[in-house]
Design a protein around this ligand. Structure first.
Ligand code: HEM
Length: 290
């Protein structure tokens, strides 16, 4: 057998003798990351193998939602102060996180209807419908629906937080206020409205986005903002669609644990739009826009 050359030597374990490892430290990895509470927060109600995956995937999604909220609230504050560069960076990060959340469905679909049915009863009436972070993100992006917060009445802190975001301008409202500050004539019904009401699309806003897409050189920053918003919504739709298909694959047309019709309820959300004129403007833009 040929002898190994110098430098090709392999060893079965990493040599730590020359590394300055802090073997005994006052603040450890586990302490900093609070791994003890985090890793003891998975408590399946049954001994069924797949319940752990069901819990972990929800918890991972909630952690990512937390980060999305952190980024999207900060992005909205930057846009409100005319600082678009940092806002773009944050919205890009939101889109990357969304891609992770969409990909997570690929893990969950390894769970069959029979696997799910074995622990389904341990969920009781709990459901993603009660995810207060998901609802906050929807409100922040612009899907205002006051009825949704009623399910949180028994939790005053969550209820207060959701009411606050419901009554504040959404990321889209804030972006339209920016357009108004940059000289686009937008009606009061757009820039000074009751923020808790669902947004109603209007011609002036579509016209403003059309002007921006027709002269991207002149409005480069606003054009970039438009595309960042579209990216966020595009990913949100992909998440909703994958959720719906996963639900159909696992429980078919059975009602949800949260009390809705299940897949039929989730299908309705596919028609929702956060930034309607950013979609409709695409139909009106003519070929050759620069
Ligand atoms: C076996 C897997 C799953 C099933 C069968 C399922 C089923 C459902 C159903 C039927 C609904 C409608 C509300 C109701 O319960 O009546 C719903 C809503 C929801 N689920 Fe899931 N889900 C699953 C996994 C997930 C995961 C992993 C997440 C991640 C956080 C999630 C988040 C949500 C959210 C946020 C809603 C509210 C959607 C809205 O109101 O538009 N679900 N789910």
């Amino acid at each position: 057998m040929a002898k190994r050359k110098e430098g090709q030597a392999r060893s079965a374990s990493v040599d730590l003798s020359q590394e300055g490892v802090h073997w005994d430290q006052p603040m450890s990895y586990g302490d900093y990351l609070q791994l003890e509470p985090l890793l003891s927060a998975q408590r399946p109600g049954t001994a069924e193998h797949d319940e752990m995956l069901f819990i972990v995937i929800h918890q991972v999604s909630e952690l990512w939602l937390k980060q999305c909220l952190h980024e999207a609230h900060a992005a909205a504050a930057h846009i409100a102060s005319d600082r678009l560069r940092p806002a773009f960076k944050m919205l890009t990060r939101v889109a990357r996180i969304q891609a992770q959340m969409i990909n997570a469905w690929e893990v969950l679909v390894t769970m069959t209807p029979a696997d799910y049915a074995r622990f389904r009863d341990s969920l009781g009436q709990s459901s993603g419908f009660q995810s207060f972070q998901y609802r906050e993100l929807e409100f922040l992006l612009g899907n205002k629906n006051a009825a949704m917060i009623e399910v949180h009445r028994r939790h005053p802190e969550r209820y207060r937080r959701l009411s606050e975001v419901l009554h504040a301008p959404s990321l889209y409202d804030i972006s339209l206020q920016l357009l108004a500050r940059r000289g686009f004539a937008l009606p009061d019904s757009v820039v000074a409205r009751d923020w808790s009401e669902p947004y109603r699309p209007c011609d002036e806003v579509e016209q403003a986005w059309a002007d921006i897409y027709r002269d991207t050189g002149r409005y480069w920053e606003l054009y970039e903002l438009a595309e960042k918003l579209v990216d966020t919504e595009y990913h949100f739709h992909q998440w909703r669609f994958s959720h719906l298909k996963t639900v159909e694959r696992i429980i078919g047309q059975k009602p949800g644990t949260g009390g809705t019709g299940g897949a039929s309820y989730l299908a309705k959300a596919l028609d929702l739009q956060f930034f309607p004129e950013l979609w409709s403007v695409r139909t009106t833009l003519e070929e050759g826009a620069s």
